[in-house]
Write a protein that binds this ligand. Sequence first.
Ligand code: MOS
Length: 774
Amino acid sequence: MNPTNNPTFADQQSSSDVVGKPLVRVDGRAKVMGAAVYSAEHNQLPDLAHAVIKTSDVAKGRITGFDDSAAKRIPGVLGIFTHLNLPPLAQTPSTSEGKKKIALAMQMSFTPLTSDQIFYAGQPVAIVVADTLEHAQHAAALLKVSVVAETPVVSYRDTQAKLFTPTEGAAAQVPAKRGDAQAAFSNAPVQLTLTCQHATNHHNPMEPGATIAHWEAADRVTVYDTTQAIASTHKALYVMLGLPPDNVRVVTKFLGGGFGSKLTMWPHTVLTAQVAKAVGRPVKLVLTRPQMFTSMGHREDQQQTLRLGATKEGKLLALLHEKISTTSPWDNYAEMNSKIVHMLYACPNFDASVKLARANVMTSTYMRGPGEAPGSFAIECAMDDLAYQVGLDPIAIRLLNHADKDPGTGKPWSSKSLKQCYERGAELFGWGKRNPKNGATRQGNKLVGWGMASGSYPVHDAQGNARVRLYADGHALVQAAATDLGTGTYTIITQVAADSLGIAPENVYFELGDSALPTTAMSGGSRAAGTVSSSVFLAAQDVWQKLIKLAIADQHSPVYKAKPADVEAVKGRLQLKADSTKGEAFITLMQRIGLDDLEGVATGHYGSSYESPEATLNTPQAKKDDAASHSMHSFSAHFCEVEVDTELGTVHVTRWVSVVAAGRILNSMTARSQVIGGSIFGIGAALMEGTVRDPHLARYTNASLADYHVCVHADIPEMTVAFIDEEDRYINAMGVKGLGEVSIVGTSAAVSNAIFHAIGHRLTSLPITPDKVL
Ligand code: MOS
């Protein structure tokens, strides 16, 4: 992507120093002009055929036969594939060997169309390929599937559901206990118990899951796929298809959101590759909106119970967190809600447990702030209750329990500006004018409430590679196999490359979204901004080190015969550290010595494996103040005003302030958009999002955007977003913590706390729809 396509861009910036500035999206013009080619839009492929998945209406049972006589008569049908005739995969994640090889690249270990068993409603049972989409749809509709149905289990709430404590899988990873939480709770002068229920949530990005598979030879395939994670999709595909890694290429140039649904590969992607091979033509598959509810995971329905013990003054003594949730017949997945309960406040005693129930549902998955988003709802509603109980302001109770170091590990924070988030948020919101009494502010038939909550998100470990090629005419090609969810990766990396190379952003060509490029971290867990920016920054340093070597060897250079350590690169100039007048632009050097271009590569580390150069230089190991000895998190504070209509039971968010501390902010405009998006996501989860399953058939009854409500403009007020500047030398070379998740964590609790302040009673069953308010 190159910003010169964007006429407004050139007006804004002409030189370096663009990191942090509100640069307009370098891909913005391509997007609004329809020139941005999304995964399902590679329509130039010759003889592109179309696939349609036929799904099961039944949630549990066995397929006894197919009748394809009518379907086959539809013109243009190229193939009708079921478990009876689909050519098998070399490997699937359901075997122990496959699990080892594909682990983490696929969230669900079950592979549809491998047997006659039906485990969930919406499970693919056939895939029809035809010359046009309409022919494929028509044939799929005519295909008859005979099924013997059995009684399904719907969720953990079913009477037939059997709860168990997982001993393996993601759900088994509960944070370590500390102290004796049970005893401390029993002896605590103040005891609170909060139980919250969360409806199943679905990601519903604007762009649904979609794949085009194009076999260029019998053993070579290019897959255009809607993935947030190029490297793991690439791996899952070459392992499952039994091909050498180099024979599979994954391309994702643009994404229309994902929210975690595109973090791991789902069955439709490999099914598309299988049928494309079978029919000998490139094949396109786009999931329908209803299929999006049963094809790419969801946030599981769950119940949390948080027991909180405190002193009469409001100091925490004990936190006991229990979670119960629904999982699939095969996988032990549950978001780890207790992670945030574990680290958000100073508390000497902590314990957590997870229980699962298997039901006839696909495997749930990561969804924005997985674990932290619902976990923060429990702890931040409970802290609000505690504030009322001991007669403290909600901010005061949080300051009283502020964790000066990580309560779980005892490590110091790499940086933490939560107190500043509270202070700035309170100022922007006018929190000081808040009436401490709840249920006391009435305007006509509306009750008005103010609530706030904290958020936090960890810096996960990641690493990634980048390549920078600097040309003698002053432009650069920058490459990394990252993805841009729409959050601004193209733009922020262009800014970082421009500053690192001392060239204008319009001279940077940043290429991402292709497994042929240097491998980097997924756009997930808030890793991408920090990892990719750091690797690009370091690759630029690699370029400079190579150029400095050439400069000091060139007798016409102003730095001729200098020691490499005495030369630095500043804004594209190679100069003596001691005398900046002795230097020249890289363009001058490269053109004089006839060097057309020069390449630099680097690996950027994000998280505890990062070691800042200052930490390692001349520092004895024993004294080394390195990243691994720190706890790394971003923090946020959200403030919400609601109006509750006491006659209709409707809740309207009327004011919003979010303040976020997430290390260095690479672009103040895209960062603000991230925070607004996260907050809206949290408001949606609090007030409207949730699917409802039929208690007998175990089907989703509202699997469409007409019936699954998400926030629209009318639901959202003007939002105020502020950032606390942080310099953090332990996170990565750029000091970037990432914004994807911290923007949502705490937001649902802020809404619930505002409702509590408005109406005087606590609502903890999400979403808080009008029937629950009345
Ligand atoms: Mo996010 S749930 O890490 O895409």
